[in-house]
Each structure stands twice: as C-alpha cells, then as structure tokens.
Ligand binder design. Structure first.
Ligand code: AMP
Length: 213
C-alpha cells in the first residue's frame, strides 16, 4: 500500500501514519522528521532547511523532492509506505507523479480538522526527541512526565509549535497544500477522513476507507 496523508499541521498525520505503518509493516516517510534529523546532525541540508522551518515556511521543492526520491529507492519501501507531510505543493506532487508514474500511489487520505482544533493541539503538543512519538499535555500524556512511553526519550516542544509560527504554517497550508485536495480528487485518489475526536476512532475511519482501495 502506497499512501499519502494530507492535512493541516496538527491534523494528526504523524499519529495516524504511525498506526497505519505498524499495522501494515511499512515505513512512515515523514519529511518533517527527516529534516529535523538533518538539523540535529548539522548537515548542509539541515542548516539550510532550519531557516525555513523556524519561520514556518516550506523548504524549497527541489530540496525536498530529492530527499524523497532517494528515500523511496530504499529496500524497505518496496512493499509500500506512508508519505507523511509530502507532497505539500502541487509542484512536489507533479515530481512524485513523474518519479512513480500515474498509478504509483494507491490512496490519498485527507485528515480534516477545524483550524481552532489544530491551534489548540499544536500549542499543547509534545514530541519525543528520539522516536518522534506525539503526545499532548492534556489529551495524550505520557505515563512518566516528560518521558516517551515507547523509547524513554525526552519529550520536547518543537520550536515551530509556538503561536506565531503555527499561524504562518497554517497560512502555508492554505496557500500551498490545500490545492492538493483538488489535485488528488481529480485523479480519483482522495478519501476525506474526519480527524476530530478519539485517536482510535479516527484510525477506524481510516481502516474503513482503506478497505475500498
Ligand atoms: P512537519 O513536521 O511535517 O510539520 O514539517 C515541519 C517543517 O518542515 C515544515 O513547516 C516545513 O518547514 C518543513 N517541511 C516538511 N515537509 C515539507 C515538504 N514536503 N515541503 C516543504 N517543506 C517541508
């Protein structure tokens, strides 16, 4: 299964991608996680990307497209994958289609959440600095305060989860990413999923949608 997860920042793409990937034993390809790792490692690409990320802007298409193209060649991607946070522009979607061909993607899940909900979620979000597992200060706490249940890593607030950057990221989503809903709808690939409510209920809706694919 080769899937794309679309949705505003905070819609729950990362959380649901992890659940899908666990069930299907396929990798989650999160361009945000790849970029954050590059920043941590201090690579040239990470240094360039950090400027954009800190401002809530999108990293230029040519940078991100090359990263994904290379990643998809890895052996663990041969039986499928979940793209989480890519593509984010029509240009990126076109490059992906060029790389994979017309039937390269099986389904696109658009996780739909009201803007007021994502603003609240992102403000309270905590992320594991090691495995990128996602928590929330009130609705999804870890068993031990500040420590990831899964790997014992430290839970941090992402630098771009501050109020000002959140608004910029939402603006980028509306301008650059939302057009992809139409793009994939025209290709008959789009499934809209309500992303509000309980995490397991949302996953149940995803499983239902994937049965039709
Ligand atoms: P995310 O973790 O998906 O919210 O991504 C964090 C940041 O990484 C975004 O705000 C962008 O600056 C950058 N980023 C991640 N994926 C992409 C992408 N596909 N295109 C451009 N920039 C990206």
């Amino acid at each position: 299964m080769r899937l794309i997860l679309l949705g505003m920042p905070g819609a729950g793409k990362g959380t649901q991608a992890k659940k899908i990937c666990r069930g299907q034993s396929i990798p989650q390809i999160s361009t945000g996680d790849i970029l954050r790792q590059a920043v941590k490692d201090g690579t040239d690409m990470g240094t360039k990307a950090k400027d954009y990320m800190d401002k809530g802007l999108l990293v230029p298409d040519e940078v991100i497209v090359d990263i994904v193209r290379e990643r998809l060649k890895d052996p663990d991607c041969q039986d499928g994958y979940v793209l989480d946070g890519f593509p984010r522009t029509v240009g990126q979607a076109g490059s992906l289609e060029d790389a994979l061909g017309n039937d390269g993607i099986d389904a696109v899940l658009s996780i739909e959440v009201a803007e007021s909900v994502v603003i609240e979620r992102l403000g309270g979000r905590r992320t594991c600095s090691e495995c990128s597992m996602i928590y929330h200060i009130s609705s999804k706490t870890s068993k031990v305060d500040g420590i990831c249940d899964q790997c014992g890593g430290a839970l941090i607030q992402r630098e771009d989860d501050c109020a000002e950057t959140i608004m910029k990221r939402l603006e980028m989503y509306r301008e650059q990413t939302e057009p992809l809903i139409r793009y994939y709808s025209e290709r008959g690939l789009l499934h809209k999923i309500s992303g509000e409510g309980d995490i397991d209920d949302i996953f149940g809706r995803i499983e239902l949608a994937l049965r039709e694919v």
